[in-house]
Design a binder for this molecule. Structure first.
Ligand SMILES: NC(=O)CC[C@H](N)C(=O)O
Length: 227
């Protein structure tokens, strides 16, 4: 299985993402520059954190128009796993691949610290390695992580079990304590906390590694068993 890690001008968690996949999973990961026009050769697409285009306009608002995004959207449409972390999540929201929008943190400050998350849905290709309602420790590092959606969207997210992670203690003001959401089809996940920064015990937590492991296991189950 080969992971693509998309690099936008201003990404700063791309190396951590590659590290989580190569060192943590012993799987293959390649960085893909934002000017590339195809990610069709990869089995999963990772959009890392950072400050793409300096977070001008809104975080992710410019990166969403980067050349590579046309192919990312096509592959997402085909059902390929796409994970956006922090700025990656912001880009997925701006691209319309996930519902909702980001606002600045309620306290208008950049917040960087470990958080406790609840795994609300472990029936996804990204979270099958967790127990339902398991509490995990994964750090956040953002200024615009205050997730917002209207009542109608929130009801839909709840009804479809699209809320995958919530904060145990809401740090940024997100609606319904939301830390991560998945699309209806279940192949595009966006989350503000950084699982790649919780990929080994020496980083303070290895809880994030299970997320990458789940993507790999899901891919193996659907590919190895059917071939
Ligand atoms: N680590 C990140 O991706 C966070 C940066 C992000 N653009 C912000 O809201 O501050």
């Amino acid at each position: 299985m080969k992971f693509a890690v998309i690099v936008f001008p201003g990404s700063n968690c791309d190396d951590d993402m590659v590290y989580a996949v190569t060192e943590g999973l012993n799987a293959e990961a390649e960085k893909v520059w934002y000017t590339e026009t195809s990610v069709a050769d990869y089995d999963a697409i990772l959009l890392p954190g950072g400050f793409s285009y300096g977070d001008y306009l809104r975080s992710g608002a410019i990166a969403r128009f980067a050349p590579v995004m046309t192919s990312v959207m096509e592959e997402a449409e085909k059902g390929k796993p796409v994970l956006g972390v922090c700025n990656g999540f912001q880009i997925l929201l701006e691209a319309g691949l996930l519902p909702g929008a980001m606002q600045r943190n309620q306290n208008l400050r950049f917040i960087c610290r470990p958080t406790e998350l609840v795994v609300e849905n472990n029936q996804t290709g990204f979270t099958a390695g967790y127990k339902e309602n398991e509490t995990i420790s994964v750090p956040i590092a953002h200024g615009e992580g205050n997730y917002f959606c209207d009542e109608k969207t929130l009801k839909k997210l709840r009804d479809n079990k699209q809320i995958v992670f919530t904060y145990k203690s809401n740090a940024n003001g997100s609606v319904a304590d939301i830390a991560g959401v998945i699309n209806e089809k279940g192949n595009v996940l966006g989350m503000m906390p950084h699982p790649e920064r919780a990929a080994s015990d020496i980083l303070g937590s290895a809880d994030g590694l299970k997320l990458f492991q789940s993507i790999l296991n899901h891919w193996r189950e659907s590919h190895v068993l059917t071939s």
